[in-house]
Design a protein around this ligand. Structure first.
Ligand code: NDP
Length: 479
């Protein structure tokens, strides 16, 4: 019998995705560049469903029913191209190639156009949730043609995470839309983690509390509006004691954050689209800063901080401080999501993707790293018409209004105490800039006109104007 779907690339992600498909009743052809991974999968998990192990790509392709559905789950970048190049000559018109790796959406657009020309469907599908998600139910964000989704969608919807009976998988839009949304998901994940880390830092320093005590605070937060996978595992990580030293685990980990690049892609893309994603950018830069130990050591030795006295929160204010930090975290998180949603909206317009933004919140409710209670609220915010910003959607407007004084106190405290809170502070600056009556952008326009004759528009009448700054009377001309 021919297999219903094939998976090529059987490292952690491909292996678990193949097992997930098989466990859900689909017959799965298996292929990996080197056959050891194929053999071990069948040896260890062959009883979970119907696997068809193959050694060569020719054998693999021949094992598939038509139109063929071929999932590629290899290292992103050149390895993905190498597999596609080898695979394509073996396929027939109408076959579907699905890249479930973390591809850059521009690569996906290129590959999709290329395969479309050869009569093949190319689906760039974002898959979130790590190893465990791939096995037990990820959030899946497939792009590509509607036609390909008609045959692929039902399979993906079956293996995806399910929340309240709804699968965490939806057709995102044409060509690179799925990988774009996955990229923004990862960017938001960066912002979310940075904000959580800042909350931890503020509480640890301000309260002088142990990580174990902070674990309890995060566990409690997880029962409220902030309830999410990341808050839940923050409590776990903070509560963990290192076996070798008996110290809190978080104290034995080197404080230099690494990154694989999706945060950077999100920010680069946002710059091109002209969308301010300050939360994601600050999170990405904060990781970069942490990863320069020599520069940090030099600065630590040279740069003074505030006096000791400014740093501790008085005993009688501790509970209020914890509550303030919680509210500041929530408000900053709303900003990060609002910005990420703006970025998806801008790309959707730019590339004609017609992304249903509410549906993105729906498919992120389960399976993925940023899964959270909060996402139901975003789904609701987009249920009727698209708000100008998530921040002005009624639920979020009220929630942030409720927390904004606390937010200001926390950012002020951080500044006084010398605690770096780029996420909290930039989110508040974004909030204040967005709601400002007048922005100093007017002065910037004046300066641009002065030194570069870049012209400006006026508040009192239409047109473009330039002031003759070098003339004695500085008269204005219409440009
Ligand atoms: P890796 O990214 O570590 O890739 C290893 C796989 O790629 C192996 O199967 C390897 O084959 C294959 N490979 C590498 N180079 C080539 C090549 N030139 N030709 C053919 N095959 C090649 O595996 P992961 O399972 O971690 O991730 C797979 C994809 O999923 C990546 O794109 C990753 O970014 C993405 N992803 C990963 C997540 C995670 O949590 N790990 C989460 C979400 C997405 P061989 O065994 O022969 O070396």
């Amino acid at each position: 019998d021919l297999a219903q779907i094939g998976v090529s690339g059987l490292a952690v992600m491909g292996r678990n995705l193949a097992r997930n498909l098989a466990r859900n009743g689909f017959s799965v052809a298996l292929h990996n560049r080197t056959s050891a991974k194929t053999k071990s999968l069948v040896a260890e998990h062959g009883d979970e469903g119907t696997f068809v192990p193959t050694e060569t790509l020719e054998e693999f392709v021949a094992a598939l029913e038509r139109p063929r559905r071929v999932v590629i789950m290899v290292k992103a970048g050149a390895p993905t191209d190498a597999v596609i190049d080898e695979l394509v000559p073996l396929l027939d018109e109408g076959d579907i190639v699905i890249d479930c790796g973390n591809a850059h959406y521009a690569d996906t657009r290129r590959r999709e156009a290329d395969l479309r020309e050869r009569g093949l469907h190319f689906v760039g599908a974002g898959v979130s949730g790590g190893e465990e998600g791939a096995l037990l139910g990820p959030s899946i964000m497939p792009g590509g043609s509607k036609e390909s989704y008609a045959t692929l969608g039902p399979m993906f919807e079956k293996i995806a995470a399910q929340v309240d009976g709804t699968p965490c998988c939806v057709h995102v839009g044409p060509d690179g839309a799925g990988h774009f949304v996955k990229m923004v998901h990862n960017g938001i994940e960066y912002a979310d983690m940075q904000l959580i880390a800042e909350a931890y830092d503020l509480l640890r320093d301000g309260l002088g509390a142990t990580p174990a005590e902070l674990a309890e605070i995060f566990a409690e937060w997880n029962s409220g509006d902030l309830s999410s996978f990341l808050i839940e595992i923050t409590a776990e990580v903070l509560g963990h004691t290192d076996a070798a030293t008996g110290s809190p685990f978080v104290d034995v980990v080197v404080d230099e954050a690494e990154q694989k690049g999706t945060g950077r892609w999100t920010v680069q893309t946002a710059l091109d689209l002209g969308v301010p994603v300050t939360g994601i950018a600050e999170a990405t830069f904060a990781r970069a800063l942490s990863a320069h130990p020599d520069q940090r050591a030099a600065a630590r030795a040279a740069l003074p901080g505030p006096s000791e006295a400014a740093q501790k929160v008085p005993a009688e204010e501790r509970d209020a401080f914890v509550d303030d930090v919680r509210k500041a975290l929530y408000a900053s998180k709303v900003v990060a999501y609002a910005q990420g949603y703006d970025q998806m909206a801008a790309a959707s317009t730019e590339y004609g993707w017609d992304i249903d933004l509410g549906a993105m919140a729906t498919i992120w409710r389960g399976g993925c790293i940023i899964r959270a209670r909060f996402l139901d609220r975003i789904k609701d915010a987009y249920a009727t018409e698209r708000p100008a910003s998530l921040l002005v959607a009624p639920y979020f407007r009220d929630a942030v209004a409720d927390g904004q004084q606390a937010w200001r106190r926390v950012v002020a405290h951080a500044a006084r105490a010398g605690i770096p809170t780029p996420g909290f502070s930039s989110a508040l600056a974004y909030y204040d800039a967005l709601r400002a009556d007048r922005l100093p952008a007017a002065l910037i326009q004046g300066l641009r006109d002065y030194f570069g004759a870049h012209t400006y528009r006026r508040t009192d009448r239409d047109g473009s104007f330039h002031t003759l700054w070098a003339t004695p009377d500085r008269s204005e001309v219409e440009a």
